[in-house]
Design a protein around this ligand. Structure first.
Ligand code: SF4
Length: 76
């Protein structure tokens, strides 16, 4: 899955949301998040993010971000 990091906070772009083929972006408290169970790992959102806030969870130390993304995504 891909995850949104806190560089997203206060970013007003939603280019990532528009390109996602499965609509798995959700609005968190002050940032967007990706639902980790809905993301199909296509990667098309990553280069769209002007804040460089979208990362694959295969990078180190991503567990807490996956959990945060899940927490906010499941509110809806
Ligand atoms: Fe959506 Fe693909 Fe980004 Fe996952 S990697 S959030 S499916 S655009």
């Amino acid at each position: 899955t891909y995850v949104v990091l806190d560089n997203c906070i206060a970013c007003k772009y939603t280019d990532c949301v528009e390109v996602c083929p499965v609509d798995c972006f959700y609005e968190g408290e002050n940032m967007l998040v990706i639902h980790p169970d809905e993301c199909i790992d296509c990667g098309v959102c990553e280069p769209e993010c002007p804040a460089d806030a979208i990362r694959p969870d295969t990078e180190p130390d991503m567990e807490k971000w996956v959990e945060l993304n899940r927490k906010y995504a499941e509110v809806w």
